[in-house]
Design a protein around this ligand. Structure first.
Ligand SMILES: [Zn+2]
Length: 251
């Protein structure tokens, strides 16, 4: 199986899983790059996987189905008209080349799901490289629990998130922990990739605990900075997480 990033909009990636002459796409917000790739490579579409209802993740479904009928898997707890196979936590989604386990990861949106088939994780707008999604519908406690759940997957997990936000996330990480050398090193690595116009994703999960501030809410430096920003003392990692997320929104 080959996994291809199809850039879309300003900074989205539509992931295309190529297996033989078939393709599965994840979060096709725009049909055009997918249709072009399928035509150029002579592939048929076997399935569409959707993580959540935002238009930059679902906007291309109708146009794709018009010429490539395929089942559309997506979160049962969100209202997405094009979904034909609603799925939720613990269910298995089988596509050519992989059997994905569905993981509920609410927080960015209320019904957000992720798809995991070792070592691949497609997690939409939940966990980003060195960051996490905004909280639009859920609560900080929900997103915190979702991130911790994803962070508990095996260290060799390859995380395919849907945005190229890494450098701006790392700028925030450096503001939270100016003395964290893992952050400094990661910035250098990712700047080199971007200078070559290469994606910084996927990324391997086991490095994330070292440079993603949202997974470092128990670190003394992180707690201290979050408290300084919040202007009060914070009670436990969930409150630190909420304060960090709040700070990042206006960073
Ligand atoms: Zn989103």
């Amino acid at each position: 199986m080959q996994i291809i990033p199809l850039p879309a909009f300003r900074d989205n990636y539509i992931w295309l899983l190529r297996h033989g002459t078939t393709a599965t796409v994840v979060d096709p917000g725009d049909a055009a790059p997918v249709l072009r790739y399928l035509a150029d490579e002579g592939l048929s579409l076997s399935a569409i996987l959707i993580t959540h209802h935002h238009s930059d993740h679902v906007g291309g479904i109708e146009a794709l189905l018009a010429s490539h009928p395929a089942p559309v898997y997506g979160p049962a707890r969100e209202s997405i008209p094009a979904i034909t196979r609603p799925v939720g936590d613990g269910e298995v989604v089988s596509v050519p080349g992989a059997d994905f386990q569905v993981i509920d990861v609410p927080g960015h949106t209320a019904g957000h799901v992720a798809y995991y088939a070792a070592p691949m994780l497609f997690c939409g707008d939940t966990l980003f490289a060195a960051g996490c999604g905004r909280i639009f519908e859920g609560t900080p406690a929900q997103l915190y629990a979702s991130l911790e759940r994803l962070a508990g997957l095996p260290g060799d997990t390859q995380v395919y998130c849907t945005h190229e936000y890494t450098l701006s996330n790392l700028a925030f990480a450096a503001a939270v922990e100016p003395a964290n050398s893992a952050v400094t090193e990661r910035i250098a690595r990712c700047q080199a990739l971007r200078a070559d116009e290469r994606p910084t994703v996927p990324f391997q999960l086991d490095g994330e605990r070292h440079s993603n501030p949202f997974l470092r809410t128990r670190e003394a430096d992180v707690v201290r900075q979050a408290e300084a920003q919040a202007g009060r003392s914070l009670n436990g990692p969930e409150e630190v997480f909420a304060a960090l997320r709040e700070w990042k929104n206006r960073f």
